[in-house]
Design a protein around this ligand. Structure first.
Ligand code: ARG
Length: 473
């Protein structure tokens, strides 16, 4: 057991209590952010004359060395310490003696951990944004290639009206674009530095919180020290946005599984992204899509967990908050893994155009267009709906599609039909005539694709590009 406190205790901590309380097994994940935060803090203490220039230099150099050694594996983060903060401080004191003991001047682990988690999460938000962008690029590639790959559009999983593969993918493009916007939004709201909040009430030292915030690429310091140490809203917002990403991925997974089934065969998942069966030699299973769908539950779980953890906590810091870490780390890792795999799976997937088109042709996906034809020839819509309903019934009985009937047959049902009906209900016309923006018609689709290209060509500015270089060299 190695801990930073103990002066006011007369007994050793119970072994079980120590283990229950310790967080090093998971908070070592942000060892880098912990040391970066310490370097920024010490530099600011030096600038303010709270530490001498020599002390500042000595501590900063030692922290950089410790970080380097941890990264290259020469220094192992020992689990005998309570948390990563204790490990770093103890290692520093080991090396520098009394000077090392000055590191924690004007700081509490409460604002320290609030900072570390924010720094770590901020980086993850940017990474997730990058993965989302890559996925959007993959989807846009499919869209460009398939503006006239016809397929049935469904409602209630029943064939409804014909669309194109580009249009279907376009729906997912919108979802994941909104997911990216949520990342940007969360980033902007969370990008304030809690360091300097102290335990809860700031400190009596003359700290320059604007300086530490600027050193680490924050837009400024948080403006209330009690909130600074106890705000976990940004994690809840992030978990909510991650849950939404998983919900989107899960819906997409479900479609890929259906499309890849023996019955549909709209797509074939690449061998590299499929798995086999230990007993049935013929099987090629869509396990990746199923796992992504399955993992959605654990990300939702993380959101519920943290909301519940936070709901009864009085101001300011309470140890309950330590529970924010494992579940957030797990959710971020899960989403990153799923996004990367899903991009790869979609990028390598084969689309069977013929199967999709054949499926769009049978199933009366042109029934609405047949009704519209009658409307364009003066029949009121409600009557047209009834006439085409009868026509569909007739076709079902005969086992044919609308365009397979002769003109005489059609005219027996309504004399309004003329020979141009066949063109009016062809798959091509049904899709091509849908030209309002957002519809599957080729012209409308191409306009949207051009907008997507413009969108992907620009990046939102995170504004934190060089902050690490400033601290580490
Ligand atoms: N491991 C703690 C956490 O994650 C660090 C803060 C500890 N602060 C304290 N007052 N015990 O929240």
């Amino acid at each position: 057991m190695a801990q930073l406190w103990g002066g006011r205790f007369t007994k050793e901590t119970d072994e079980l209590v120590y283990r229950f309380n310790a967080s090093i097994s998971f908070d070592k994940k942000f060892y880098r952010q912990d040391m970066e935060g310490s370097i920024a803090h010490v530099k600011m203490l030096g600038k303010q004359g709270i530490l001498t220039e020599a002390e500042t230099q000595e501590i900063v150099t030692a922290l950089r060395e410790i970080l380097k050694e941890v990264e290259d594996g020469t220094l192992e983060i020992s689990h005998e310490y309570e948390d990563i903060h204790s490990f770093v401080e103890a290692t520093l004191i080991d090396r520098l003696g009394d000077t090392g003991k000055k590191l924690h001047t004007g700081r509490s682990r409460n604002d320290q951990v609030a900072l570390d988690m924010r720094l770590y999460t901020r980086q993850e938000v940017l990474e997730i944004d990058g993965l989302l962008k890559e996925f959007l690029q993959v989807m846009l590639g499919v869209m460009e290639e398939h503006v006239d790959t016809f397929m049935p559009g469904f409602t209630h999983l029943q064939k409804a009206q014909p669309v194109t593969l580009a249009h279907h993918f376009g729906a997912y493009f919108e979802m994941f674009k909104r997911d990216r916007q949520r990342m940007e939004d969360i980033y902007r709201r969370m990008n304030y530095c809690p360091l300097g909040s102290g335990a809860l009430a700031g400190t009596t030292y003359d700290l320059d919180r604007y300086s530490t915030a600027a050193q680490m690429g924050f837009d400024g310091p948080t403006l209330n020290s009690m909130d600074g140490v106890s705000d976990r809203d940004y994690l809840i917002e992030l978990l909510s946005a991650l849950s939404t990403i998983m919900m989107h991925l899960s819906r997409f997974s479900e479609e890929v599984i259906i499309w890849n089934s023996n019955e549909y065969q709209f797509v074939e998942i690449d061998d590299a992204y499929s798995t086999g069966s230990s007993i049935m030699p013929q099987k090629k299973n869509p396990d990746i899509a199923e796992l992504v769908r399955g993992k959605t539950g654990r990300v939702y779980g993380a959101l519920m967990s943290l909301l519940t953890t936070m709901k009864g906590i009085p101001l300011a810091y309470n140890k309950d908050m330590q529970e924010d870490k494992e579940l957030t780390f797990d959710a971020m890792d899960t989403v990153k893994g799923c996004l990367a795999l899903f991009s790869g799976m979609v990028a390598t997937m084969k689309f069977h155009k013929g199967r999709m088109e054949a499926s769009a042709k049978n199933g009366f996906t042109n029934a609405t267009d047949a009704a519209d034809y009658l409307v364009n020839h003066g029949v009121p819509f409600r009557d047209a709906h009834g006439i085409i309903g009868k026509l569909v019934l007739h076709c079902i009985e005969k086992g044919v599609s609308i365009d397979e009937l002769s003109l005489e047959d059609l005219q027996k049902i309504s004399p309004v039909f003329d020979k141009d009906i066949f063109d009016a209900v062809s798959l091509e016309t049904c899709v091509e005539k849908r030209l309002t923006i957002g519809a599957p018609g080729q012209k409308a689709m191409k306009q949207v694709i051009a907008l997507h290209k413009e969108y992907l060509a620009q990046d939102w500015k995170s504004g934190i590009s060089d902050w690490e270089a400033g601290l580490l060299s």
